[in-house]
Ligand binder design. Structure first.
Ligand code: HEC
Length: 185
C-alpha cells in the first residue's frame, strides 16, 4: 500500500494545503486491506479528525473536508439538555455515562446512536420515528394525540426550545466505539 501526497488512488485526507491519496497494491495482504477499510470508515475518519498537534488539527478526512461548508450550529443549552434528556429520554435510553443509569436494554444508547453517520438527521426527527410518535408531544410541532388513541405511557412532552437543548446536549457526546476495526476474525 502506498500513502502519498497527490498522485493516484483514493483521497483519504487533506491538510497542509494538500490531499493525501491511498493506493493499495495488493488487497491480498490482510493487514493492508483492513488498514484501508479502517482509514475510510467512520472511526478512521474520526481518528483523523481528532488527531492534534499543538492543539491544531493538521488533517481532515476527505469526506469531512467537503461537509465543512455547512456546519451544523446548535443553539440550545447543552447543560439544560442533559437534564432534559435524563428526565425524558432516560426513561428508555442510556443518555449519560453516569453509573447506575437505568434504561431498557434493547433501546440504543445515545452514545451508540451518536456513532451513526446520520445521527443528527435521526435526532432531529426522532418524534416521527418509531416508537416515539405514540407518546411524544413537541409543542406546536406535533399533532395532539388522536382522541381515541391517547399515549399508552406517560407522554414525553417538550417545547421546541427544550428539543434544541437536547440536540445541543447530544452534539457534545462522544460516540460509542462500535467496531474494533483492527481486530481480525
Ligand atoms: C418509551 C421509551 C423511549 C423514550 C421515552 C424515548 N425513546 Fe428514543 N427510542 C426508543 C426505542 C425502543 C428506540 C429503538 C427503535 C428501533 O430500533 O426501531 C428508540 C430510538 C431512538 C432514536 C433512533 C431512531 C431511528 O430510527 O434511527 C433516536 C434518535 C431517539 N430514540 C431519540 C430519543 C429522544 C431524543 C428521546 C427523548 C426526548 C427519546 N428517544 C425517548 C424508545 C424510547
Amino acid at each position: 500500500m502506498v500513502l502519498a501526497e497527490g498522485g493516484e488512488g483514493t483521497v483519504v485526507f487533506t491538510g497542509q494545503g494538500r490531499s493525501w491519496h491511498m493506493r493499495i497494491r495488493s488487497r491480498d495482504h490482510a493487514g493492508a486491506a483492513s488498514f484501508a477499510d479502517w482509514l475510510t470508515s467512520e472511526i478512521g475518519h474520526r481518528t483523523i479528525a481528532a488527531y492534534r498537534v499543538d492543539g491544531e488539527a493538521p488533517f481532515a478526512p476527505a469526506a469531512v473536508a467537503e461537509a465543512e461548508d455547512a456546519p451544523i450550529v446548535f443553539e440550545g443549552d447543552d447543560a439544560r439538555g442533559r437534564t432534559l434528556s435524563r428526565a425524558h429520554c432516560g426513561r428508555c435510553h442510556v443518555v449519560t455515562r453516569d453509573a447506575g443509569e437505568d434504561s431498557i436494554g434493547s433501546t440504543p444508547s445515545f452514545f451508540a446512536l451518536k456513532a451513526l453517520g446520520d445521527w443528527y438527521t435521526r435526532f432531529q426527527r426522532f418524534y416521527v420515528l418509531n416508537p416515539h410518535p405514540v407518546f411524544t408531544q413537541i409543542r406546536g410541532v406535533t399533532e395532539p394525540f388522536p382522541i381515541d388513541r391517547p399515549s399508552p405511557i406517560v407522554p414525553v412532552a417538550i417545547t421546541p426550545e427544550e428539543f434544541d437543548d437536547i440536540l445541543a446536549y447530544v452534539a457534545t457526546l462522544a460516540p460509542a466505539d462500535l467496531g474494533g476495526p483492527l481486530v481480525h476474525q
